[in-house]
Design a protein around this ligand. Structure first.
Ligand code: NAP
Ligand code: MG
Length: 490
């Protein structure tokens, strides 16, 4: 049954979650969270400070050292994480409502996309709790030794997440961190503080002990910074901009905490003349316009072979004009607003830059007077060093360029400091694999774009980051290896 969400129903959780209790900030401060479809205040949320981070970290430390989580049988930890996935699915209507109110994305996507993909993360990662295995090692040193490795949790992990996929990106980090037996303090983005609090409530209901998963909302410059620099936090995992990623590294160096960075991108999407053009047009449009372009892996640079350039650009322009942009709770909306006034201003600035650097094929303006809506936009003909080709816009804006030579398009695709993702459209199997091998990016999609799965490692090369989310590889980022060498000669 389709439930029509009541956008005015109260929001259940707006305080900080520390030690299993929803509590006010120590100094009692609150901030407004805004619905980007209307610009109106949804509710007020407790605004944490450095002192709140300190108490959340102390609680997480105690839960790690003295609580049951790390000592639980692995299958009990797995069962709790699996239950959290189930509870999320059962809560899809309310969790979807909260995410749409706060972030703006269409309710059908929040409920039918973000919630199940977050649940899928908990289901998939729960299995690692019972599979954190070491190795026995036949060493050659003189003597007689039984030598083996143990995979151990790191301790207290700080998670700092952005506002484009607040729930899903939280799950990307939480699920493996918790499966390994760590305890965490999560800082959501100030623009989207709500879904993490609801997730915290569900985690308690799933049997994840109090203090294992704490949530401190607040600003990056206070809460985020304190979490990244905190001497008793063992690791920080961050998703956001490359500039903030550098700041996190500076903050983290005090205690040399482990750092995972999932940063921005300016992903090249290449259409060869032998591609299925209809599929390439549809996939490339979804690749940039999905989530109003607010995706780190968005297909924001489009390279089309001369032979099919006019056909592809005409097709994409038609698709862009047909996309229904509107309020997240209008069931006909295909994309919503961008997530905040601040980000709207940033993307609008790039629209003006783009008009000076290239030709507007379609779009290029704000939509309506209320809320933060931007027309799906295609620019063409910008020079390779134009800002709109070099810089991450993070909005529904793609920049199209022509190519005629494979070596040349690979050089252009790799001519960026980013290396997050890429797309290749071709019917030639040799082109597909050889181009995939030569592109400097953490993920290459062939004849598809934006396919994510909990089993697929995701992360950046170059300045797009350090480490991986998801797949088996992520478990290396949330555990350490201990070598035990036992003299068995008595
Ligand atoms: P951002 O600054 O990187 O924010 C991401 C997270 O980091 C937020 O929770 C933010 O907190 C926090 N933060 C900010 N300053 C911090 C600091 N000094 N120490 C610790 N944490 C800190 O991103 P933004 O300013 O919102 O967006 C800027 C650009 O980043 C976008 O235009 C886009 O290009 C890129 N971006 C990339 C991704 C991605 O998925 N890779 C996601 C979002 C944005 P507050 O927001 O609460 O202050
Ligand atoms: Mg908001």
């Amino acid at each position: 049954m389709t439930v029509t969400p009541d956008i005015h129903a109260p929001i259940e959780h707006t305080k900080l979650l520390i030690g299993g209790e929803f509590v006010d900030a120590l100094d009692g401060k609150v901030f407004d969270t805004i619905n980007p479809s209307t610009g109106e205040v949804i509710t007020q949320v407790a605004e944490g400070s450095a002192a709140d981070v300190d108490r959340a970290v102390a609680v997480a430390r105690d839960a790690f050292e003295n609580g049951p989580w790390r000592r639980m049988k692995p299958n009990e930890r797995a069962a709790a994480l699996w239950r959290l996935g189930d509870l999320l699915l059962a809560d899809a209507d309310e969790m979807g409502r909260v995410e749409t109110l706060d972030q703006g994305k269409p309710f059908a996507f929040a409920k039918g996309g973000d919630v199940p993909s977050a649940a899928g993360l908990f289901h998939y990662m729960s299995g690692f709790a019972t599979k954190l295995e070491g190795a026995t090692i036949p060493i050659s040193a003189p003597g007689n030794f039984h030598t083996y490795t143990r995979r151990e949790a790191l301790g207290v992990v700080g998670l700092i997440v952005p506002w484009n996929f607040p729930l899903t990106i939280s799950a990307w980090k939480l699920a493996p961190a918790l499966a390994a037996g760590n305890t965490v303090v999560l800082k959501p983005a100030e623009a989207t503080p709500l879904s993490a609090l609801r997730l915290g409530q569900l985690a308690l209901e799933a049997g994840i002990p109090p203090g294992v998963f704490n949530v401190v909302n607040g600003y990056g410059s206070t809460v985020g910074q304190r979490l990244a620099e905190h001497p008793d936090v063992d690791k920080v995992s961050f998703t956001g901009s490359t500039a903030t990623g550098r700041r996190i590294l500076d903050s983290a160096k005090g205690n040399l905490k482990r750092v995972t960075l999932e940063l921005g991108g300016k992903s090249a999407n290449i259409i060869f003349p032998d591609a299925d053009i209809e599929a390439a047009i549809a996939g490339s449009s979804a690749g940039i316009f999905f989530n109003a372009g607010q995706a780190c892996a968005a297909a924001s640079r489009l390279y089309v072979h001369d032979d099919v350039y006019d056909e592809v650009i005409a097709g994409m322009a038609e698709k862009a004009r047909q996309i229904k942009v509107g309020d997240g709770f209008d069931p006909t909306s295909e994309i919503g607003p961008v997530a905040s006034k601040e980000h709207f201003d940033r993307v609008s600035g790039y629209l003006e830059v783009g008009k000076g650097e290239g030709e507007v094929v379609t779009g290029g303006a704000r939509l309506g007077e209320r809320g933060y809506f931007i027309e799906p936009t295609i620019f063409a003909g910008a020079a390779p060093d134009a800002r709109i080709i070099k810089e991450e816009i993070f909005g529904p804006v793609v920049v199209a360029s022509r190519f005629s030579d494979t070596d040349d398009v690979i050089a252009q695709a790799n001519d960026t400091r980013y290396g997050l993702a890429s797309g290749v459209w071709t019917s030639n199997v040799s082109t597909a694999h050889s181009v995939a091998a030569r592109i400097q990016a953490g993920t290459v999609w062939v004849n598809s774009y934006g396919v994510f799965d909990p089993s697929m490692p995701f992360g950046g090369m170059k300045e797009s980051g350090w480490g991986r989310e998801m797949g088996h590889d992520v478990m290396h980022d949330y555990t350490d290896v201990k070598t035990v060498c036992v003299n068995i000669d008595g």
